[in-house]
Design a protein. Sequence first.
Length: 128
Amino acid sequence: MPSDPSLASWEQLPADLRASNLAQADDVASKLERIGCKIVPAEASGEPAAPTPEETEELAQMEHGRWVAERLLSGWTYGESRDPARKKSPDLVPWSALPEKIKDLDRQAVQRIAQLLEGVGLSVRRVS
């Protein structure tokens, strides 16, 4: 297993990190609803939708807020450096205080939603 438990394969991922991944996936429909989209079967009529840059930023901020709440509820606290064993993270700060490279991770997660859904036969459409 890698020194950072979050980098392990799904099979070796600790239960709390599996739950974290599932919680992130569970929140996708809420995020899409926020920007007027929904998840539909891939063969549904209409053009697939992707978030605008402004929507991507909004959803990335939402994801960071969800992640912070999840971490705080599971006992994580702020720390100058990341220490999974002690449940410390420098990223437990408001969006405005995050470094751009960390914000980019949330943006990338949002931008991959449609691709991940396509992998399981689903798509994103704007609600009329």
